[in-house]
Design a binder for this molecule. Structure first.
Ligand code: 5GP
Ligand code: ZN
Length: 113
């Protein structure tokens, strides 16, 4: 728990959020500034700054992917979805606590720009 980290504070319940699922390893909640009809953030309970900081073979990765799959099913994104991890400054990461964006409910273009 990093008291200066907004996602750690959301996980702790100090900052309110709309949770869609949680288990021992991860929490998923709706993005406050959604970029699509479904925009959920899946985050590890443990404070990890980003995917580059994740230890090789960490069980957190599997937990994030499994939870993202659950969100896709729960949100009924049968037409498809987009998973995004922004890493570091060039990646557009604004919150330095690892998170997977699960987006859906509209089509997305490629390349993203
Ligand atoms: P990043 O740019 O780091 O990949 O994504 C951070 C995301 O966190 C953004 O999409 C932003 O809207 C979301 N976010 C920032 N602060 C809060 C908050 O207090 N609550 C929620 N639910 N989402 C937040
Ligand atoms: Zn954190």
């Amino acid at each position: 728990m990093d008291p200066n980290c907004i996602f750690c504070r959301i996980i702790a319940g100090d900052i309110p959020s709309t949770r869609v699922l949680e288990n021992e390893q991860v929490v998923a909640f709706r993005d406050v500034n959604p970029q699509a009809p479904t925009h959920v953030l899946v985050v590890p309970r443990e404070h990890v700054a980003g995917f580059e900081q994740l230890a090789a073979g960490s069980p957190i990765w599997n937990a994030l992917v499994a939870a993202a799959q659950d969100v896709v099913r729960m949100e009924g994104l049968a037409n498809g979805s987009r998973l995004v991890i922004n890493q570091g400054s060039d990646g557009g990461q604004t919150v330095p606590h690892l998170h997977v964006h699960v987006l859906g409910g509209r089509p997305f273009r490629w390349p993203p720009g």
